[in-house]
Write a protein that binds this ligand. Structure first.
Ligand code: NAD
Ligand code: TYD
Length: 342
């Protein structure tokens, strides 16, 4: 099986690539990534010399290079590429609409041209918007409330339209908030851990009582692999961790594990349009594909804290801006992009 993974240099994509090589040593992977601020080839140092792995730098909105890479006829495309941070979408909505929506149409069009047999769109629980009670199953109306989730919802509708109109073999995965190693330190868990490692305070938005459902990234990787293998064309699958926590609860768990007291909490102004609660009903993937999250939340959070403690080399460069200077220069000159895998 040869898979084209877009956005594979980001958090979930890089964990997925590592997961796939471990689980299916015979698979081949092309990782196509623009290397935005969030794309980091250091996430994949341990796989870059694998003869079955190839990296291509490119933008999913760029028809020419997308055509070149899809002309290699992968058996499947999994689109992880996105602008992914809600706060950035509030200050720069255009880049979100471009990548998260137009980029997806570019991929769909070219996948259609080459008759690609499986296209998986990585979406998010945020497309359902905030829900006060109960949980959202796949048929729940989309009700996004910020530029990030609105762009992702637009892409989901477009993906569905390619199934109905062109009978394209598309599938959509909507997961809840992921956490784990290699997550860019702007999202709440890695930001708070790395701030505390630097003995800085953690900025908690509003009253800290907004709720997210947390999923360890390897549970998500397993779900996506299962959907790749057994998911039904045209379907949407929710993937939730079943760990709903307020941000204050998460903060307290991190503080306790890191030996800090509540004076390290800095209650700051709330995020604009801040969704109060996300909650997924994941019965469908459990009942039809037999998926279950395996990782215990508190143990995985401890493991994640330990990972950031042990890997200062990874996040310190990102926080200081040194990473962008060094690595991006190398890839701008085309280094390591020419390897072919068949
Ligand atoms: P991330 O920001 O860590 O990584 C995104 C990757 O996409 C980066 O490597 C970046 O360089 C690349 N990219 C961005 N624009 C691109 C473009 N135009 N062309 C090619 N590559 C581009 O994001 P993540 O947290 O790994 O999320 C991956 C996917 O999962 C996204 O689609 C996101 O919407 C979805 N998702 C994330 C979460 C989460 O909690 N992180 C939860 C649910 C869904
Ligand atoms: P985030 O990690 O940005 O993920 P998302 O917005 O996709 O859910 O935020 C998770 C929650 O944490 C969200 O309710 C906003 C809150 N938050 C803070 O309180 N402080 C912060 O510095 C950040 C980044 C997020």
């Amino acid at each position: 099986m040869k898979i084209l993974i877009t956005g594979g240099a980001g958090f979930i994509g890089s964990n997925f690539i590592r997961y796939i090589f471990k689980k299916h040593p015979d698979y081949k992977i092309i990782n196509f990534d623009k290397l935005t601020y969030a794309g980091n080839l250091e996430n994949l140092k341990d796989v870059e010399d694998n003869p079955d792995y190839k990296f291509v730098k490119g933008d999913i909105c760029d028809k020419k290079i997308v055509d070149e890479v899809i002309s290699e006829k992968p058996d499947a495309i999994i689109n992880f590429a996105a602008e992914s941070h809600v706060d950035r979408s509030i200050s720069d909505p255009h880049s979100f609409l471009k990548t998260d929506m137009q980029g997806v149409i570019t991929l769909l069009e070219i996948a259609k041209k080459y008759n690609i047999k499986r296209f998986i769109q990585i979406s998010t629980d945020e497309v359902y918007g905030s829900i006060n009670e109960t949980s959202c199953a796949e048929k729940h109306p989309l009700n996004p409330s910020n530029p990030y989730s609105a762009s992702k919802a637009a892409a989901d509708l477009m993906v569905h339209s390619y199934f109905v109109t062109y009978k394209m073999p598309v599938l959509t995965v909507r997961s809840s908030n992921n956490f784990g190693p290699y997550q860019y330190p702007e999202k709440i868990i890695p930001l708070f851990i790395t701030n505390l490692l630097e003995d800085k305070k953690v900025p908690l938005y509003g009253d800290g009582l907004n709720i997210r459902d947390w999923l360890y990234v390897l549970d998500n990787c397993e779900a996506i692999d299962l959907i790749l293998d057994k998911g039904k064309e045209g379907e949407v699958y929710n993937v939730g961790g079943g760990n709903e926590k307020t941000n204050l609860e998460i903060t307290r768990l991190i503080l306790r594990e890191m030996g800090k007291d509540e004076s390290y909490i800095d209650y700051v102004e709330d995020r604009l349009g801040h969704d109060r609660r996300y909650s997924l009903d994941s019965s469908k993937i459990k009942e039809t594909l037999g998926w279950q999250p395996k990782y215990n939340f508190e143990q995985s959070l401890k493991k994640t804290i330990q990972w950031y403690r042990n890997n200062e080399w990874w996040w310190k460069k990102i926080k200081s801006g040194e990473y962008l200077e060094y690595y991006k220069k190398q890839y701008e000159t085309g280094y390591k992009t020419q390897k072919r895998i068949s």
